[in-house]
Design a binder for this molecule. Structure first.
Ligand SMILES: CC(C)(COP(=O)([O-])OP(=O)([O-])OC[C@H]1O[C@@H](n2cnc3c(N)ncnc32)[C@H](O)[C@@H]1OP(=O)([O-])[O-])[C@@H](O)C(=O)NCCC(=O)NCCSC(=O)C[C@@](C)(O)CC(=O)[O-]
Length: 483
């Protein structure tokens, strides 16, 4: 089977333990059924359509969306953002024109059309048609910046992000300025943007004190942030997980009285810089607590970006690795699995930095999502990936396939947590929007305007954007201007 026919190695994906979970992946028009596709015992659903046309209709919808996006992209590139033509950008072979259509989209009539369409249908079946992007750049992105970013720049960034069509832009945090000095101007930022009504502007509140200050400054949405790692909870908010629930219950109760929606974060959902791999059951427990105390949405944060879109089948062992990061060397139990077959380690990718073996592996993104989806409705879940190992987009893709339709990201890939050594920036919003546009998934975000926001903050910070999309588009633009 060619790689085209077997996207993302889907045959390796697990058999989910509950049919119930699989049922949630599909839209209401079709009933899912588990099918052994001949690629092993796998969970990929096919649809047992009530109407024989509905799968084709979905597929046609997808094609239409992708086509619309290609047209919009061509218009954007031809328009005032770049003032360049697609052909001079060298994009005509990839973005517009028949070459792309015939080579990459299954609307070209050739002998394997049906087979490809079948596989594409399976691949895109659970994919939502709309994705809500929660932009966290002004908060998660900037909180780790060493040099103080002025309030005026933060406010301008938020305005640019809102004008790009993002419906949620996390604005700042009402945390202790001793802990996060960069966001000490939370009150001023909030007062300057509170009248922007085109987007929701949530702020982080670690306790009642922060909540009250946020409301006084005009916040209409707040977020609380617990951790699935005991050690990270201590280092991030100076209390245990259980103590954080007590604080957060006080916040959610106060918020309820004012009809303020509260978002809940769970951090370290895959790994913790101190504790290593985090058991999915613990993530599910924290997520459920936040949901039960009234959070309308739960964001699952891979704080140090060690997740991979893989499933632990119980045959793999987790190792403790020594990893170099900007600040020095950290030891992490990152999920760099080696397979254990009949008691022997197979395919060990040891690079000399391996310190010790763990017992049973505990999996990464898929088992974590599976565990959380068993206790919190999928429509209330968001994913929040940091891009340390460049795995955010595949992790997002797999999350979308599971039916998750809310994605956190940060413009220009800004970010990192001051209390999580080794954490790099969030996945770049530009890259997420680019991917979703290509998939025909609606975000309502204007990529051109988003690129301008990313360009604005990158220039201000004096470093290149962390977005691959922004970098690629600025390169082609620069090349074109030389022509
Ligand atoms: C939670 C605390 C406040 C506890 O900090 P503490 O030192 O234990 O608090 P305390 O209650 O002992 O008070 C100490 C001082 O802080 C003040 N204080 C107390 N609360 C506040 C407040 N809300 N706003 C302003 N000031 C506050 C309080 O008034 C007092 O002032 P003093 O009497 O010394 O002058 C502190 O640990 C803190 O602010 N932590 C926040 C750290 C943070 O923002 N980390 C980054 C978040 S990113 C994250 O969590 C991950 C996420 C969400 O992005 C998802 C992911 O990436 O995976």
């Amino acid at each position: 089977m060619s790689s085209l026919e077997e996207p993302l190695g889907l045959d390796k994906l697990p058999c989910l333990s509950t049919i119930d979970l699989v049922h949630r992946f599909s839209s209401n028009s079709c009933r899912p059924r588990l099918e052994d596709t001949g690629m092993g015992n796998c969970w990929i659903e096919t649809r047992n359509c009530s109407s024989s046309n509905s799968c084709n209709e979905d597929f046609e919808d997808y094609r239409r969306e992708a086509k619309t996006w290609r047209r919009q992209m061509r218009d954007t590139l031809q328009g005032d953002i770049t003032s360049r033509t697609t052909s001079s950008l060298g994009w005509n072979h990839a973005v517009s024109g028949n070459a792309y259509d015939s080579r990459y989209l299954p609307n070209h009539q050739h002998s394997s059309y049906c087979g490809i369409r079948d596989i594409t249908n399976k691949f895109f079946n659970g994919m939502p048609k709309n994705v809500k992007i929660v932009e966290v750049g002004p908060r998660d992105g900037l909180q780790n910046e060493k040099n103080t970013v002025s309030t005026a720049v933060k406010v301008e960034l938020i305005k640019k992000l809102v004008s790009s069509g993002l419906s949620v832009v996390e604005a700042t945090s009402f945390v202790s300025p001793k802990w996060v000095p960069q966001l000490a101007d939370a009150k001023d930022v909030m007062e300057a943007v509170r009248s922007l009504d085109a987007a929701r502007l949530p702020v982080l509140t670690p306790n009642l004190k922060g909540f009250e200050a946020a409301i006084a400054a005009g916040a209409k949405d707040v977020a609380i942030f617990a951790s699935a790692s005991e050690s990270f909870s201590k280092s991030n908010i100076n209390c245990s997980i259980e103590e954080s629930f007590i604080r957060y219950r006080a916040v959610t109760q106060a918020a309820q009285k004012l009809s303020i929606p509260v978002r809940g974060y769970v951090s370290c959902v895959v790994g913790c810089p101190v504790e290593g791999a985090i058991p999915p059951s613990r993530v599910a427990y924290v997520a459920k607590e936040l949901h039960d105390m009234g959070c309308f949405e739960i964001s699952l944060g891979d704080t140090i970006g060690v997740g991979i879109p893989a499933y632990d089948d119980g045959k793999k062992s987790c190792k403790l690795w020594r990893t170099e990061v900007a600040g020095g060397v950290v030891e992490m139990r990152t999920p760099r699995w080696t397979e254990v077959v009949d008691g022997n380690t197979k395919g060990d990718r040891g690079d000399g930095n391996e310190l010790e073996s763990e017992g049973e592996g505990r999996g990464t993104v898929l088992p974590m999502l599976e565990a959380v989806m068993a206790v919190v409705p999928v429509e209330k879940l968001a994913v929040h990936f940091h891009d340390t190992y460049g795995q955010s987009l595949p992790n997002i893709l797999i999350s979308l396939q599971l039916g998750i339709s809310i994605v956190d990201s940060s413009v220009a890939g800004l970010g990192g947590c001051p209390y999580a050594k080794g954490a790099s920036g969030n996945v770049a919003t530009e890259d997420v929007v680019y991917m979703l546009n290509g998939l025909g998934v609606k975000t309502n975000v204007d990529l051109g305007k988003l690129l301008l926001a990313g360009d604005y903050i990158s220039k201000h910070l004096g470093r290149p954007s962390g977005s691959k999309t922004a970098t690629a588009l600025s390169r082609v633009t620069a090349d074109t201007s030389k022509m």
